[in-house]
Design a binder for this molecule. Structure first.
Ligand code: SAH
Length: 489
């Protein structure tokens, strides 16, 4: 079984960076023993312009059969010759994927301690697999890889070149080309899709395979058009696991769709509201950020928390103003934080700049010591994402425990929804909004919170303030009373 990964480069970005990414030195041929045989990694070529790493897996067919028998599963008690004489040693398959996963595990996770800036950067990649068992043929190979950004060449391998009339075998020669993917993404695609094409997994599929599939499929599997087929085959047609995986992936997909939807909707609102304006309309999301920045600057805050920071747009804006010396983005979603860190180019930022920003994963429904001692906190379009019964927990975590001097909260004003032509009556603006409040409801909540925790609160409109229904976004600014006032309250 054989697979090559190649990249091209230049003097500034040498192709031999591939060696750093794979954690395997180009000048050495290395061998690793795996449970199925020996995996060799070698570089047939390695210079600044071109570098190719080859993974060769020498399968020990006898060990494979023994291993399966030893485990008491899968291996039938017969000694059928087919167990020993089969295509395993020659064709790429699930075993090659397993070898990829173990020999290149750090590369697959996108870890490179020596050169931390490398893994996040896409580079030109060419992957070749000379003999790939592909149930479903070249057509399925394209349906699996093309949606992920690969240019696919899949040539059927004839059963016997001497007898073309015998037709094609079930093997194909696969070449994949991409310019926009990172090596970690590429390895994760192969790790899942090689066994899917083979469709004959050679190890026991345990329930934790679902977790593994979701982990390795993070960022590409949920919205893949062939998701159902991928999960079914990857999980060896085990129906309950497949269903579990698809349910979880569907939640991920909805969350992903929502993320883009909220931006679209924000852009739409402002455009409708300002359709008559001569100037280019300002999206509501931008107005909201500007309003928040205004409040923070006026408060004199230097150390700021962005709670529920999402994909990091506000963190990015805060970084541009040197008045903010320490910026912490917190979100419960790892995926949002990954996107935020990409947006901010955290891995390529200078040390000074990088020392100003931290991204933390955490839930606002729990008190968190890490959030104490800041000047200000922002909750921009976050409270409506919590179930109402969880809101008191957030309230305590922010106003009771973290207790920044200033807290700026924004949330949609549901009254404004009627002004919004593209929104069907009675619908929330976002699939994940658990509630949307009228001005009265928001103010009622904010006043109670302020009173309970010793803050003063005032309300500001964001976006055009409609005389009848108010602004599209409502904002509350809480200020901690002076110690005396706080005690009195
Ligand atoms: N503040 C950003 C994102 C708003 S979307 C903006 O204004 O554009 C709401 C964000 O809150 C999402 O990123 C979601 O993951 C996060 N979130 C929802 N519940 C949370 C919780 N309990 N703890 C922390 N973050 C949460």
């Amino acid at each position: 079984m054989f697979l090559t990964i190649s990249t091209t480069g230049s003097a500034q970005r040498p192709a031999t960076d591939l060696g750093h990414l794979l954690h395997k030195h180009p000048e050495k041929a290395q061998a690793f023993s795996t449970s199925y045989g020996t995996a060799h990694v070698l570089y047939p070529e390695a210079d600044a312009e071109r570098c190719t790493a080859a993974l060769l897996l020498e399968v020990d067919a006898v060990a494979l059969v023994r291993r399966r028998k030893g485990k008491g599963r899968g291996g039938a008690p017969d000694a059928a010759l087919a167990q020993y004489v089969n295509d395993r040693p020659y064709a790429a398959s699930s075993l090659l994927a397993v070898a990829l996963g173990s020999v290149f595990s750090s590369a697959m996770r996108g870890v490179c301690t020596a050169r931390p800036e490398l893994p996040g950067t896409p580079r030109p990649l060419r992957i070749e697999v000379p003999a790939l068992p592909a149930r479903g043929g070249a057509d399925l190979v394209r349906r699996l890889f093309e949606p992920l950004g690969w240019t696919v060449t899949a040539e059927p391998v004839p059963l016997d070149t001497e007898f073309p009339e015998w037709g094609d075998s079930r093997y194909i020669r696969l070449t994949l080309l991409a310019a926009g993917l990172t090596l970690a993404e590429a390895l994760r695609h192969l790790y899942v899709l090689l066994p899917v094409l083979d469709d004959a997994k050679h190890y026991w599929v345990s329930p934790d395979e679902v977790d593994k599939l979701l982990r390795v499929g993070d960022g590409w599997l949920a919205a893949h058009p062939e998701r159902e087929l991928i999960t079914r085959r990857y999980l060896s047609h085990r129906w309950s696991l497949t269903r579990q995986a698809n349910e979880r992936l569907e939640l991920v997909r909805l969350a992903e769709a929502d993320d883009s939807e909220v931006e679209d909707l924000d852009n739409a609102v402002a455009q409708e509201a300002e359709a008559d304006d001569e100037e280019k309309p300002t999206p509501l999301a931008v107005r909201r950020r500007e309003a928040i920045l205004g409040v923070l600057r006026a408060s004199g805050a230097a150390r700021v928390l962005d709670l529920g920071c999402g994909q990091g747009q506000l963190v990015q804006a805060l970084l541009k103003d040197p008045a903010f010396t320490e910026i912490v983005g917190v979100d419960v979603s790892m995926r949002a934080l990954t996107i935020a860190s990409r947006r901010l180019k955290l891995d390529r930022m200078g040390e000074r700049q990088a020392s100003r920003v931290t991204l933390l994963q955490g839930s606002l429904a729990y008190t968190d010591k890490r959030l104490k001692g800041y000047d200000a906190a922002v909750l921009s379009e976050v409270i409506e994402h919590l179930d109402l019964p969880r809101l008191p927990a957030l309230e305590y975590a922010v106003f009771g425990s973290a207790r920044p001097r200033t807290v700026c909260v924004t949330t949609p004003n549901v009254e404004y929804n009627v002004r919004w032509e593209s929104l069907p009556a009675g619908h929330a603006r976002h699939g994940d909004h658990r509630f949307e409040w009228t001005r009265e409801e928001f103010r009622g909540w904010a006043r109670t919170v302020a009173e309970r925790h010793g803050y003063a609160v005032e309300f500001l409109p964001v976006g055009p303030d409609d005389p009848e229904v108010g602004p599209p976004t409502q904002m509350a600014v809480f200020r901690l009373g002076t110690p005396k006032e706080a005690k009195a309250a």
